[in-house]
Design a protein around this ligand. Structure first.
Ligand SMILES: NC(=O)c1ccc[n+]([C@@H]2O[C@H](COP(=O)([O-])OP(=O)(O)OC[C@H]3O[C@@H](n4cnc5c(N)ncnc54)[C@H](O)[C@@H]3O)[C@@H](O)[C@H]2O)c1
Ligand SMILES: N[C@H](C(=O)O)[C@H](O)COP(=O)(O)O
Length: 335
């Protein structure tokens, strides 16, 4: 493939997404990809002015020839804000704008105008308050936009020396709903996608996956919960019969130790705050969020909108750089 094209959605306009897009454009470093921002050019220009950064915006349309990356220049596929955005101040009027940037990036990937999409953070609450009841995040929105039944959220960092990859069996759910959401069919789908994508998109021929239990001490033989005995173990056994290399269910408190992690390619955690705090403790600011199973490449940052930092220029750009690098590597590998 020629140099891949990455469509970078600029996220919640009142958050740090717009300035992170500008920050990477000031210094593309060694990124061997062409990046086009998807967002409001006036917003980007205003944020650049506020920060005193010199970034030249080049407004183009999907399908137009994209220029090679030059420090201080940022190509943009334009989307108009509904109303002017003030750093740190959410406005439900702009919820539709955020979603439109996602739709444009998905469409561009599907039509071959981009090889991957990378997303700056959005604010889930303001999208819901803006009218999209049931919205829970990019992952689920993109699953529906791509028309697939299941996707897998996986965060990955290399700050730990060897890659640490943590995937989730359930994503953005209230904790009270997690147990009911762990089903044999769901676990089977998620684990298959994880194993397949580790092979196809990360080049790991026969990935070893460590699977967390749901309950303390993986249920203590049924004394501290029965999901391991009744749901998780039977599902893993069936998948082992298909040839998958799965270890578990293991107690989650001791799974994340070198003794286990040194011999594994990924961890499958049962829920968001079982797996992600560990990953973020190890690699916050140097990790990428990857959606597996979409049929296209999508990565994102490991952090949120950081409204407290918006407009200050102080937000760290490390995770966005990692997300761009991972998207580039995945896009190149897929072709
Ligand atoms: N990829 C995404 O779109 C994504 C990811 C995580 C959270 N979110 C959303 O973001 C919103 C705010 O979430 P939150 O407050 O829980 O998390 P947050 O990541 O926005 O903020 C948590 C803390 O980390 C700091 N922080 C975050 N990013 C930083 C950066 N780049 N550099 C330096 N410090 C940084 C913030 O200042 C804050 O103190 C929520 O709506 C959440 O759902 C979106
Ligand atoms: N669960 C993610 C995290 O904690 O980093 C975050 O909420 C982003 O999720 P989406 O990519 O689905 O928006």
């Amino acid at each position: 493939m020629a140099v891949p094209v990455l469509a970078l959605t600029t996220g919640e306009p009142a958050g740090i997404g717009p300035e992170l897009a500008l920050a990477v454009a000031r210094d593309w470093q060694q990124l061997e990809a062409t990046v086009v921002a998807v967002g409001d050019p006036d917003l980007l220009a205003e944020r650049a002015r506020l920060l005193g950064w010199s970034v030249e915006l080049e407004v183009l349309a999907p399908g137009d020839m994209l220029p090679a990356p030059v420090n201080g220049r940022l190509p943009v596929w334009p989307v108009s804000l509904a109303t002017a955005s003030i750093p740190g101040r959410l406005d439900t009027a702009n919820a539709g704008y955020v979603l439109e940037t996602l739709d444009i990036a998905v469409d561009a990937c599907q039509r071959g105008f981009a090889d991957a999409m990378v997303t700056a953070p959005l604010h889930k609450g303001v999208i819901i308050d803006g009218g999209l009841v049931g919205f829970t995040g990019h992952t689920e929105y993109l699953r529906d936009a791509c028309g697939v039944e299941e996707v897998v959220m996986m965060l990955a960092t290399e700050r730990t020396g060897r890659p640490l990859r943590v995937a989730l069996a359930t994503t953005h759910l209230p904790l009270a709903q997690v147990s009911n959401a762990i089903t044999g069919a769901g676990l089977t789908r998620v684990t298959r996608i994880l194993a397949q994508e580790l092979t196809h998109r990360f080049g790991i021929a026969s990935p070893r996956i460590l699977v967390c239990g749901l309950n303390p001490h993986a249920g203590e033989d049924g004394h501290l919960g029965r999901e391991e005995l009744e749901i998780i173990t039977p599902a893993l056994d069936r998948l082992r019969d298909e040839g998958l290399d799965l270890v578990g269910p293991l107690p989650a408190d001791t799974l994340f130790t070198p003794r286990h992690l040194d011999h594994a390619d990924a961890v499958l955690a049962m829920y968001h705050d079982q797996g992600l705090p560990v990953l973020k403790y190890a690699g916050f600011g140097q990790a990428a969020n990857i959606t597996l199973g979409l049929g296209m490449v999508r990565t994102s940052v490991d952090h949120g909108t950081a409204l407290d930092l918006a407009g200050s220029g102080l937000a760290e750009v490390g995770s966005l750089r990692v997300a761009l690098q991972v998207a580039r590597q995945m896009a190149v590998r897929v072709h």
